[in-house]
Structure formats: C-alpha cells, structure tokens
Design a protein around this ligand. Sequence first.
Ligand SMILES: Nc1ncnc2c1ncn2[C@@H]1O[C@H](COP(=O)(O)OP(=O)(O)OP(=O)(O)O)[C@@H](O)[C@H]1O
Ligand SMILES: O=C(O)c1ccc[n+]([C@@H]2O[C@H](COP(=O)([O-])O)[C@@H](O)[C@H]2O)c1
Length: 224
Amino acid sequence: MGGTFDPIHHGHLVAASEVSDRFGLDEVIFVPTGQPWQKDGKNVSPAEDRYLMTVIATASNPGFSVSRVDVDREKATYTVDTLRDLRAQHPDAELYFITGADALENILSWQNWEELFQLAKFVGVSRPGFELGIEHLADHLADLPKGALTLVEVPALAISSTECRLRASENRPVWYLVPDGVVQYISKRNLYRPLDAERLDGAVTVSQPAPHKIHPQPQNLENT
Ligand SMILES: Nc1ncnc2c1ncn2[C@@H]1O[C@H](COP(=O)(O)OP(=O)(O)OP(=O)(O)O)[C@@H](O)[C@H]1O
Ligand SMILES: O=C(O)c1ccc[n+]([C@@H]2O[C@H](COP(=O)([O-])O)[C@@H](O)[C@H]2O)c1
C-alpha cells in the first residue's frame, strides 16, 4: 500500500487490514512516498519522518511491514518504479497494490499507468466522500489483464491526513485518529505546528482558537 502517510492514520490501517483478510495476503508492505510529484508545491513533511511514523503505526502487526524503496530513490516517486523494485525483491510473489477510491480516480494520470497493471493486481478500496468506480477506466478495461482490478468495500473511516495536520496545527487532538505512537511522534518532532499551516494548501480554513477569558481583576481592594 503506497501513500504519503503525512501522517499515517487509522483509515490507512483499517483498509490494509481488511484487504489482507479478504485476499489472504501473507504481508502488507506499506510504502511511504519519497517525493510525491503530484503533491509538488505542497509542504510535505520530510520522508524520514513519514517513514518513521509508518514504522511506528505498523510495528504491532506481524503481517505489516514498511519498505524504503520510494524513500531511498532520489527522484520523484512513480508507482511504476515502486512495483519494479518490489518485484525485484520478491520475484515469486503475487503483488497487489492497494489504493483508495480518490487515488484510483486519478490513476490515468500516473506515470506509465498501463504498465502498472502488468506489474501488480490493483485493489481499489472504498473511502468516505469518494465514489469507488471504474467509469474512467471503461475505455481501457478490455485491454487490462484478467483480474487486473478488484474493488473492495472496507469499513468507512472518514479520516484524512489533511484533517490530522489541521488538528495538530490548532492544538486539537489527533488521538484515536492516528495510533498513539504517532501522536507522540508528531508532538516530539513538532510536526504540523501553526507555522506549517501553509501545508494545508488553502483547502481548509484555519479557525483561530477562542480568546482566553480574562477574569476581572479585583478592584482596588484597599477601598473596600
Ligand atoms: N480513510 C481512508 N479510507 C480508505 N483509504 C484511504 C483513507 N485515507 C487514505 N486512503 C488511501 O490511502 C492511500 C494513501 O493516502 P494518503 O497518504 O495520501 O492519505 P490521505 O489521507 O489521502 O492524505 P491527504 O489528506 O494529505 O491527501 C491512498 O490510496 C488513499 O486513497
Ligand atoms: O506513479 C505515479 O505517477 C503516481 C502519481 C500519484 C500517486 N501515486 C501513488 O499513489 C499512492 C498514493 O499517493 P498519495 O499522493 O495519495 O499519497 C502513492 O503510493 C503514490 O506514489 C503514483
């Protein structure tokens, strides 16, 4: 499962766990992006931070692991490279690439998108707020290998990394949206502080915290 994971949240983890169960996967490999080219110009956290948060979030599940292939590649992250590298590392594996409904919607804009379906089977997972559909692929479906894409309904968690960053930037809780260790990592590394609010890219309005209520000072006690 590839993602920017800035930060990784329970929506990612639940989707991966559900697909693993449905397909009887031996392992889900989370692959944090190195340089997500379609997020160019957005203020994405350092790859090393996103990688470490992904390690922390997945550490308790023996069926989950994290790959550095995209983090270590010194150029823009293209899934075609991710899959070629994973294929080289796992020559006999049957590879599936898990992607959410929103990412699937854009897949025709991905580098060498046709080759992707030769390298792995794709699993499109449902995500609240997005249509899980194949209409945009309709013209191409006949050319895709058999079983190239499976659509899977997963438990609906309306969580996004954008919302987690916004909350952290406003000092609001991200507990239970992301794993506890990730909450602690965000705080320790001071990620998503208000100065970084431009990473929200204007998609959301940052509401100001309510002003502190100042209790009236006791009036001139000497005269009372
Ligand atoms: N709540 C969710 N349910 C199902 N799939 C999800 C969910 N959140 C993200 N995904 C999928 O996980 C993959 C990685 O997502 P990504 O790391 O970009 O998180 P995001 O929440 O979409 O981030 P952002 O809000 O910054 O765009 C994508 O394929 C995305 O569609
Ligand atoms: O290959 C591409 O051109 C491409 C373009 C956009 C996104 N992707 C991949 O899609 C996955 C989800 O990306 P994102 O930006 O939604 O976190 C991640 O693994 C990206 O590398 C891949």
